[in-house]
Write a protein that binds this ligand. Structure first.
Ligand code: UGA
Length: 462
């Protein structure tokens, strides 16, 4: 492999870690992915990515083929040449639901400390989303690990923060063409090392992969250099703001339903004000996923620790928790009772282009429908396999495709706006259903067209 690239090690080759590793390898650096999960490393070595993220497998295979990218479960080997070490282990919600599970981070930091040898400077960069102040905490765990080594000689390292803003389903594009890069560090050498690593992205000076052309008009990428605590807060604040923005438009959508206004037009009408912006104003059943719920809660808890009540964030959370059940109210309006009715759920994943079921509204909607005595069937283009394995007790059976799901159904509920659903043959679907009722939880279907086909259509605020 190359000579001008940076030697990068990524600890934790899950979704964030593998994306980071594959992209930096693509940009000409020498990257080692390390994970404790031997089966995962074996898969990755064989060029198989065991989770769904567009283009990630291609990029991983390319990295393996040109030897910029390798994988190991040997921490000593992973760290021996590293200049920059990314921490990208999971920070799931804690089992008590009140905080963030930090044991993977503390364990990884300790192991790094136990295995760093004297030599050139190592910059340990935290990419996992961690509570504010974790930078210092990571530093102390690395020191504890170092102390375990006894007298290993002086080991030169600094800890920095570099939050990621990737979306599932567009992780590679978001990494190559970000809106900004945030570096949280006070040490000049750490800032210098990370700026060098990010140089091709900041200047957009690289040949885009054939499958992901550079978006038109994409210029230089702003670099935000701040102290670590501020960087950590930027990450939470960005997600909390976006989540609040969605809860806001959902509240407006509910009002639209009362007064007979159209929330899509409201969103456009306010979004064209550049101070507001049109993005993330799609009303519907609200946000799920592994990030928004966890990060909004984490920020609320963070505030609580200081005796401050984050009222706005709490409201955003509550609006969202209730919003997913709006489709059930609408079903009841149309069908009167759902008991004994066959309801087809279109989509299980929390959003399209992923098989991720964490925080997925579909699961809550299905459980509630089950409680209400409905016969629930579901179909998702990629998430069914995962759903069977991870949520075996879900009160639903599965269909092979959207037409199979429609056959004999009393109503369909669109929960995830997969293109396969928006592009389906709705005339056929109308003929297959017992009663052509569609509740569009994402406002993704064409109301006029469907009504023309004889559907009873209900969106959210449209
Ligand atoms: C989110 C952020 O968008 C990323 O910037 C961030 O890096 C990531 O969390 C993270 O912290 O790792 P993600 O959870 O992958 O990314 O998904 P989004 O595309 O942001 O969607 C989140 C949820 O909001 C989905 O359930 C989606 O259906 C919903 N949503 C989104 C709406 O209901 N309306 C919208 O207008 C946009």
């Amino acid at each position: 492999a190359g000579d001008d690239g940076v030697k990068v090690t990524v600890i934790g080759t899950g979704w964030v870690g593998l994306t980071t590793a594959a992209v930096f390898a693509f940009l000409g650096n020498d990257v080692i992915g390390y994970d404790v999960n031997e089966k995962l490393i074996e898969e990755l070595r064989a060029g198989r990515v065991p989770f769904f993220e567009p283009h990630l497998e291609e990029l991983t295979r390319e990295g393996l083929a040109n030897r910029r990218l390798s994988f190991t479960t040997d921490i000593g080997a992973a760290l021996s040449t590293a200049e920059i070490i990314f921490l990208a282990v999971g920070t799931p919600p804690a089992p008590d639901g009140r905080g963030v599970e930090m044991s993977f981070v503390s364990r990884a930091a300790t192991v790094i400390g136990e295995n760093l040898r004297p030599g050139k400077l190592r910059v340990v960069v935290n990419k996992s989303t961690v509570p504010v102040g974790s930078n210092g905490w990571v530093d102390s765990f690395i020191r504890q690990g170092l102390a375990q080594q006894g007298d290993a000689g002086p080991v030169d390292f600094v800890v920095a923060s570099n939050p990621e803003f990737l979306r599932e389903g567009s992780a590679i594009a978001d990494t190559l063409y970000p809106d900004r890069v945030v570096i949280g560090a006070t040490d000049a050498r750490a800032i210098e090392a990370l700026t060098r690593l990010y140089h091709p992205i900041l200047t957009q000076d690289f040949t885009p992969p054939s499958f992901l052309p550079r978006p038109a008009g994409r210029g230089k990428v702003p670099l935000v250099v701040v102290d670590p605590v501020t960087a950590e807060l930027i990450k939470y604040a960005a997600n909390a703001f976006l989540a609040t923005k969605i809860s806001f438009i959902n509240e407006i959508a509910n009002l639209c339903d009362f007064v007979g206004a159209n929330v899509k037009d409201v969103a456009r009408g306010i979004g064209l004000d550049h101070r507001i912006g049109e993005a993330f104003l799609n009303a519907g059943i609200g946000w799920g996923g592994s990030c928004f719920p966890k990060d909004v809660i984490a920020l609320i808890r963070e505030a609580e620790a200081y005796g401050y009540e984050a009222k706005l964030l709490k409201a955003a959370y509550e609006v969202n928790a209730a919003q997913r059940f709006v489709v059930i109210r609408k079903l009841q309006e149309v069908l009167k009772t759902v008991r004994g009715k066959t309801i087809g759920i279109l989509g299980l994943a929390f959003k399209p282009n992923t098989d991720d079921l964490r925080g997925a509204p579909a699961l809550d909607i299905i459980r509630k429908l089950g409680e209400l005595g409905a016969i629930v069937r579901a179909y998702d283009p990629v998430a069914m396999h995962r759903c069977r394995a991870e949520v075996p007790d879900l009160p639903a059976s599965y269909a092979n495709d959207i037409y199979n799901l429609a056959t004999g159904a009393d109503a369909l509920v669109l929960v995830t706006e997969w293109e396969e659903f928006t592009q389906a043959n709705w005339a056929d679907i109308a003929r297959l259903m017992r009663t052509p009722v569609v509740i569009d939880g994402r406002n993704a279907l064409n109301k006029k067209y469907l009504e023309g086909l004889g559907f009873v259509y209900r969106g959210v605020g449209v």
